[in-house]
Design a protein around this ligand. Sequence first.
Ligand code: DAV
Length: 346
Amino acid sequence: MSINSHNEWDPIKEIIVGTAKFCHAPSLDVGFTTSSSTDGVEDILFKGLYPDRIIKETEEDINIFIEELEKLNITVRRPSPPIINNFATPDWECDRFFPYCPRDTMLVVGEKIIETPGIYRSRYFETICYKEILKNYMLEGAVWLSAPKPRLLETIYDTKRHPKGLRLNNDEPVFDAANVLRAGYDIFYQISDSGNEMGAQWLSSVLGSEYTVHKIRSEVYSSVHIDSTLVMLRPGLILANPERVKIEQLPEAMKQWEIIFSPDMVQYSYSDLKPISSKWLGMNMLMLSPVLAVVDCHQVSLINLLESRGIDVLPLKLRHGRTLGGGFHCITLDVHRDGKLEKYFD
Ligand code: DAV
């Protein structure tokens, strides 16, 4: 079976790694400019093709990362180039984003790979870059699904930009795959500006009654994604963001596990362009197995904490991770981990 990934920590056998080669920031995407992740930088937000230096240095960093993965006998797949810059639906026109973060657009749950109903117009057709890979997984036995395409009308975004509260309305199911953490039969879904209530309901409807989808309240983190806020390191152990997470606000199931708080982050990985991710992208690590993590090499205190818990660290760099909005968890999608579907919570 080509696709088999039930959780965030079992040993990885096969992975998709995104690319920086065609990085392009949209100028026509109302969702992108409304998002809280661009707060404070919306007027100076970079638009168009990214400068060559950023693309080149990021590709160098990604190539080193891939060499390390291959040394561990992990099979690596890469996206094809985006084929269009501008496109339209019956409702609107937009220019594209880039296939740097496969974590956001596709969700693997067991033998299923799901193209998720993403929040940004600029990413509407991004999975075209993975179609050959997806088709081959299906031919090898995976269940390949695509969520109903959302319309993403202006009304789904709260353009009034309330400083507090969600900027994503609940008109239709919408979520990025990176709003989700998997722990066997239990799936955790962050309600935020990148995932609404109806998105959780749709996910639950396709996974069926075998799975429990736990919602993480937006009070925990209301901006985009979950993977700089909570990391499931191995069964029984969660790493939490000390500025965001209050244990009493977490789903009951998570409270059954030990929760340790990350040390503060070293400010790193952005260029002279304004970053679209916070310093907490340093927590955006990839568990290659329950005893080995890929972590931003600058986060020495975090690395020490992980090592004190019996987790070895492969320290690597992504010099423009915050500029492009993705760390090692974002730029990957683990499609095959050596393990099976299990129950980790009472
Ligand atoms: O903390 O800026 C980063 C999310 C990446 N998937 C942050 C969110």
